[in-house]
Design a protein around this ligand. Structure first.
Ligand code: HEC
Ligand code: HEC
Length: 324
C-alpha cells in the first residue's frame, strides 16, 4: 500500500513536471483566464443577490422616498447613511445603514472576508458590537455559504465612498433585541441552496434572502410579529406618504390567495423600466424596493410565487394607504 502511494506520488510529480514545462506559453494563460472567469461568475451571482434579491443596496444607500418605491440615489450605492427611525419603520430609536463600500476609513475596506461573514451571519461587527437585527443576519444565518461568499466578493468591487455614518441611538440595549438562543446557528457550513428545479424550496430560499417576511409582518411594541409572518400590516411613514404592508398569505379575502402567477409577476416586472418609478409619487407610494426587486429573473419570481402558495392563509384586512 505504502509503495503504491509512493509510486503514484512520483507519477504525479512526473506528470506535473511535464505539464508545467509544456505550459510556458498557451496553457498557463488559459488557466489564468479560467480562474478570472470563475471569479467573474462569483461576482455576477453576488451582484444579482446584492442588487436584486437580498436588498443590501436598498438599505445601505440613500433612497429618494418622494419617487415611486424609493429608488436608490445613483452614486450612493453601499455608502450608507439612510436613517431608519421611529417614524419611518417604528424602530425604537434610529439606526443607519452603514457604509459597506471598500473605503478603508469609513467603510469596510479593512475588513477580512471572515469578519464580513461574521457580520452577515452572526450580526457581530468587526469591533465586536452586536448589530441591530433590522440587518437581516437572522436570515443570512440560514443561507448557503457559497452565496454569502459571492456577496462578499461583489461588495468588494463597489466604488469606495467616503461617508462617515452616524452612530445609532436606541432606547434599549441592542443585546435585548438579539435573537433568542437557538434561533442562530453557530456554523453555517451545513446550509444548502436548494436546486432551482425544486421551485417551492428554492422560492422559500429566495424569500428568506429577500426578507419579505419582516416587512410583511404585523408590527408590535416588541417588533415584527413573526408568528403572523406574511399577514401584513407593518406601518411605514415615508414623510410624503403612509403605507401599510400588504397581506401576502394565501387568504382569498384579505391576502393574495386569488392572485395568478401572472398577476404576481406584474407586481414587479413593470419596474424594469425607469419611467415607471422615476416620478414623484405623492400619497400612493410604497416602501417596497420595487425598482431593485424588478431585476429578479422571471424564473426566480415564479419560484417565489410557488413558495407563497404554500404559506398558510391568515385573515388580516390591511388598508394599504390609510390616508389616501
Ligand atoms: C433591511 C435593511 C438591511 C438590509 C436588507 C441589509 N442590511 Fe446590512 N445593515 C443594516 C443596518 C441598519 C446596519 C447597522 C445596524 C446597527 O447599527 O446596529 C447594517 C450593518 C451591516 C454591516 C456591518 C457594518 C459595520 O460597520 O458594522 C455589514 C457588513 C452589512 N450590514 C452588510 C450587508 C449586506 C452585504 C447585506 C445584503 C446581503 C445587507 N447588509 C443587508 C441594514 C440592512
Ligand atoms: C421594505 C419593506 C418590504 C419588503 C422588503 C417587501 N415588501 Fe412587499 N410590500 C410592502 C408594502 C409596504 C406593500 C404595500 C404597498 C404596495 O403595494 O407596494 C407591499 C406590497 C406587496 C404586494 C402587493 C400585495 C397587494 O395586495 O397589493 C406583494 C405581492 C408583495 N408586497 C410581495 C413581496 C415579496 C414577495 C417580497 C420579497 C421578495 C416583498 N414583498 C418584500 C413592503 C415590503
Amino acid at each position: 500500500m505504502r509503495k503504491f502511494i509512493f509510486l503514484s506520488a512520483i507519477f504525479t510529480l512526473v506528470i506535473a513536471a511535464a505539464y508545467f514545462s509544456s505550459c510556458k506559453n498557451g496553457k498557463t494563460e488559459q488557466k489564468a483566464t479560467n480562474s478570472e472567469d470563475s471569479l467573474k461568475k462569483v461576482q455576477e451571482r453576488g451582484n444579482y443577490l446584492v442588487n436584486h434579491v437580498a436588498g443590501c443596496i436598498d438599505c445601505h444607500s440613500k433612497r429618494d422616498l418622494t419617487k415611486y418605491s424609493g429608488p436608490v440615489i445613483p452614486g450612493s450605492e453601499g455608502g450608507g447613511g439612510f436613517a431608519f427611525d421611529q417614524k419611518l419603520a417604528m424602530i425604537p430609536g434610529v439606526v443607519y445603514g452603514r457604509n459597506i463600500t471598500p473605503d478603508p476609513e469609513t467603510g469596510i475596506g479593512s475588513w477580512t472576508d471572515d469578519e464580513i461573514l461574521k457580520a452577515l451571519t452572526q450580526g457581530i461587527s468587526k469591533n465586536g458590537d452586536t448589530l441591530f437585527p433590522l440587518m437581516p443576519y437572522t436570515n443570512y444565518n440560514h443561507m448557503a455559504k457559497e452565496d454569502l461568499l459571492s456577496i462578499i466578493a461583489y461588495i468588494k468591487t463597489l466604488k469606495p465612498i467616503k461617508n462617515k455614518v452616524p452612530a445609532r441611538q436606541l432606547m434599549m440595549p441592542v443585546s435585548m433585541m438579539y435573537p433568542p438562543a437557538g434561533a442562530m446557528q453557530a456554523s453555517i457550513d451545513g446550509n444548502i441552496r436548494p436546486p432551482e428545479t425544486d421551485k417551492v424550496a428554492y422560492g422559500g430560499y429566495l424569500v428568506n434572502f429577500a426578507d419579505c417576511g419582516t416587512c410583511h409582518s404585523p408590527m408590535t411594541q416588541q417588533g415584527p410579529d413573526l408568528s403572523r409572518k406574511y399577514a401584513g400590516g407593518y406601518p411605514f411613514d415615508g414623510g410624503t406618504f403612509k403605507v401599510n404592508s400588504a397581506n401576502i398569505t394565501t387568504d382569498s379575502a384579505t391576502g393574495i390567495g386569488t392572485w395568478t402567477e401572472e398577476k404576481f409577476l406584474t407586481k414587479f416586472t413593470p419596474y424594469r423600466e425607469e419611467t415607471n418609478y422615476n416620478f414623484v409619487a405623492g400619497k400612493e407610494n410604497t416602501i417596497m424596493p420595487l425598482s431593485e426587486m424588478a431585476g429578479m429573473t422571471d424564473d426566480d419570481l415564479k419560484a417565489i410565487y410557488a413558495y407563497l402558495r404554500t404559506v398558510k392563509p391568515i385573515s388580516n384586512k390591511v388598508e394599504k394607504w390609510p390616508n389616501k
